[in-house]
Design a protein around this ligand. Sequence first.
Ligand SMILES: [Zn+2]
Length: 196
Amino acid sequence: MDDRSYMEQALALAKEAAQEGEVPVGCVIVRQGQIVGRGRNRRETDKTALGHAELEAISDACKNLGGWRLWDCTLYVTLEPCPMCAGAIINARIPRVVYGAADQKAGSCGSVCDLFSMAYNHHPQVVCGVCEAEAAALLSDFFQRLRLTLKTRPKWRPKQSLQEESDEMESANCRIGSACPDCGAAAMQLDPGKQT
Ligand SMILES: [Zn+2]
C-alpha cells in the first residue's frame, strides 16, 4: 500500500469521529506494511484535552509492539499535528510523519511553527498534503453542520436563581389572591370592608 491508501484508513477513522460528534481527525501508524496503531479524536466522548487521534494511535502502537520506541514506523494523520502530538511523535522516535490538511491555528509541523526542525533530539521527516482535499472537506462539513445546529437550536437562557424563582412565584400568588404573609396583610388593609 502507498501513502494514499494508509491515509484513507486514517480518513475512515476521522469519519467515525464525526459520527460521534467529534472534530473529525483520524490517525494510523504503520510498520512494515502493517497497521500497528489506530486512533481518532475522542475529546468530547472521553472529556479530556488529551484525546487527540495521534496520542491514541501512538499508545495503541506502543501496546501492540511492546515498547515505546516506534523508530521504524510511519504515522499518518488527517490533520497537521498540534504541539502536544508533535511532542509525542518526537518522544516516540517516529521517523516519518504524513499528514493531510494543514492546521493554521495549531499545526506544529510547519504552519504555526516547526517543532521537528528545532534543536530536539529527534527530527522526523514530514510529508504533507496527502488526501488533503478529503481531510479538509471532512473538517469543513463538520463545522458547517455544527454552525447550523447552533443557529437553529433554542437560544440559551441563564438559569434563574432559586431566590428569583421564589420571588416570582410569590408575586404570582399575590396576583391570584392567595395568602402571602407580606402582601396578604397589605391587601387586608386596603380592603374597604375591613376598614373601620
Ligand atoms: Zn494533537
